[in-house]
Design a protein around this ligand. Sequence first.
Ligand SMILES: Nc1ncnc2c1ncn2[C@@H]1O[C@H](COP(=O)(O)OP(=O)(O)OP(=O)(O)O)[C@@H](O)[C@H]1O
Ligand SMILES: [Mg+2]
Length: 406
Amino acid sequence: MRIILFTGKGGVGKTTTASATALRLADRGLKTLLLSTDIAHSLADALDVPLTGEPTEVAPSLWAVQIDTQGRFEAAWRDVQGFLIDMLARGGVDPITADELTVLPGVDEVLALLAVRELALAGNWDALVVDCAPTAETLRLLALPEALSWYLQKVFPAHRRLARGMRPLATLMGRGEVIPPDSLFEALLRLNDELGGVQKLLGDPEVTTVRLVLTPEAVVAAEARRTFTALALYGYSVDLVVANRVFPSDDQDEWRAGWARAQAKQLTGIRESFVGLSVRELPFWGAEPVGTDALRSVAAALYPSDEDPAQIAAPKRLMGVETVTTGPHTEHVLRMPLPLAERAGVAVARAGDDLVVTVGTNRRVLALPTMLRRCDVVSGDFDGRELTVRFRARDGGDGDGERLSG
Ligand SMILES: Nc1ncnc2c1ncn2[C@@H]1O[C@H](COP(=O)(O)OP(=O)(O)OP(=O)(O)O)[C@@H](O)[C@H]1O
Ligand SMILES: [Mg+2]
């Protein structure tokens, strides 16, 4: 089975490209499920068909589903929610407001993530195409399994022991409600298990790859670069960049030709930033590409006819960060393979929150993750195959436990 995630800044064309890709896979005979982790359901609009919480066949071999996270929240997390509502109610908040308050930001996305796994395991699909929420939420989502398991392993056992020890005393004092009940801990452990499963599925580069959608504009491209770095650092594999809404370069109209020139300049920068990755352009259509016919044209522009859209070569390992402790110092070592680079032609410089790596005439500007931004570069080395940059935390702080792998 293959899972392909589409993400990018708001409005760049994630839903359109995800739907077009799913349609293409289905047309090639793969049993494909198209779903969205974005709670602003727009798959139905792009496909121009009504959808429900159950997979609906929308074209031969293609099913689409609108995940109903509200229903799932009720079913799976009554324990957690019940406890929170109870706490808030005791604190004087009326039950209806409390109910709303416990639909925490991100909860829908988390549940959608769990649903992805459930659907992946249940339906013997050949391919799952996921239309993700805009970048920030997607990254929070993809970093969550690791963050939560860290919390549960490090903080939780102590917290739970403490809670067990205190409960009899608190009950005696009539304050038993301040201690989280065991059912809550159990619900959290279950969540942790399920998220661990999600991470195993999405972190496996043989199964899951991410496709970044952008438009050739400076602000959008900058966000895509940061996303790319973050995804690589978190260990997710990116196999395609889609540059959407590209203006034709032979336009007679001066205003549109001006835009085309500006886009061409951005596209050059984008190709430099994503060197090693396939960057494909999609033209600006004369009308919204809505419905299966229009989406098939989008797919035809995106994937050559002899290509399997599920199999696009992803660069092996884009980048990794390892934390090492030498004596009193904690150092973070960033390693990045640089295929075909000449030793003499490599330079590394820090520019604000970016690391600028120059290889011959190619330059790659990597947005540094927060943890490394708070560090100084102590050394940079290139052995002919791999670039190694050592970072050291400024006076003692080692970055608030943000963990990286990849
Ligand atoms: N190449 C294109 N040419 C013309 N219109 C396009 C193109 N790609 C997408 N659109 C249109 O632009 C709008 C936004 O596209 P889409 O919904 O795919 O973006 P999105 O990234 O999913 O947005 P959101 O972040 O809101 O979910 C839609 O109306 C879509 O039909
Ligand atoms: Mg969308």
